[in-house]
Design a protein around this ligand. Structure first.
Ligand code: BT5
Length: 266
């Protein structure tokens, strides 16, 4: 048996919190791995069904979008990946990152001292007072029996000010949020099941996403390539989860990009 440290979430406690009536058939927890998304992708390639969850207390090769890296230091972060099998056509899979953000935000609002401090930034960030506390990465894995999605999220739990990988990051403990690992994992998974099943049924969660996303209604820039930066005002998200931006020349729609919100003055 492998040694399980205090900071490794206890899968038995998580399963107990989730109860019997859950889509999460299997919750595994490890102290350390390269990337929980890579691990679940390997299982997805073997045809593993929907509902498998892998949690890690540390990643040594955490991945962001576009070959960027995600810093998941030992004992201070949570890495969680979920294996899904959406029945929507591929263009709608853009929603996976968005609805995962909605689920994380809902779970954080449940434990927040002040729920209004939790916001979404399109497409894949959960913010507390503008600082990035969670990043999400969704990947498609082909299989003859039907493509799978591996959706991973990295949550900064109790990183101190000096541990933050970038100035734009923050952590739950720095923001005064309680850090109970099992409760957080069960809360995220419970909310994820709600949002995912609603999306599987309806195909779009635009109105609710727009209400919780600070990119909508903000002045922003979106970088789509190093030399392509578009300026405008967040207008909404469409049925494919793409961001609509009102620019000087009309509404433009983006499937990918890095958004920076203009500084807000209080
Ligand atoms: C993301 O990419 O935000 C997606 C992160 C997904 C991580 C999860 S953890 C479980 C699963 N397994 C994996 O291997 N990955 C997923 P992106 O939007 O490209 O943001 C990456 C950028 O965020 C980096 O280039 C840094 O600037 C910054 N960053 C890195 N680590 C961070 C952290 N811990 N907190 C905040 N920002 C971070």
């Amino acid at each position: 048996m492998t040694h399980v440290s205090r900071t490794t979430p206890d899968p038995t406690a998580i399963t107990a919190l989730l109860g019997h009536d859950t889509m999460w058939r299997r919750v595994e927890s490890v102290e350390s791995t390269g990337s929980t998304n890579a691990d679940l992708a390997a299982l997805a390639r073997l045809g593993e069904p929907e509902g498998h969850v892998l949690v890690a207390a540390e990643q040594t090769a955490g991945r962001g979008r576009l070959d960027r890296s995600w810093v998941s230091p030992k004992g201070a972060s949570l890495s969680l990946s979920m294996l899904l099998r959406p029945h929507h056509e591929f263009p709608r899979w853009g929603w996976l990152s968005l609805l995962t953000g909605m689920a994380v935000a809902a779970a954080l609002r449940d434990i927040a001292p002040d729920p209004s401090r939790v916001q979404l930034k399109w497409p894949n960030d959960v913010l507390i007072d503008g600082g990035k506390v969670c990043g999400i990465l969704s990947e498609r894995i082909e299989h003859p029996s039907g493509a799978r999605a591996v959706v991973g999220l990295g949550l900064n739990l109790d990183l101190g000010r000096d541990d933050l990988p970038v100035p734009s990051a923050t952590s739950l403990s720095l923001e005064g949020f309680p850090v109970d690992r099992e409760h957080i994992v069960a809360g995220v998974l419970g909310q994820m099941e709600r949002y995912y099943s609603r999306w599987q049924t309806s195909g779009s969660l635009s109105a609710e996403y727009e209400a919780g996303c600070s990119s909508v209604g903000s002045n922003l820039t979106i970088t789509v390539a190093p030399d392509i930066v578009v300026r405008g005002r967040g207008h909404g998200v469409n049925e494919f989860g793409r961001l609509q931006v009102a620019t000087a020349t009309g509404i433009e729609t983006f499937a990918v990009g890095d958004v920076v919100h203009a500084r807000m003055h209080h």
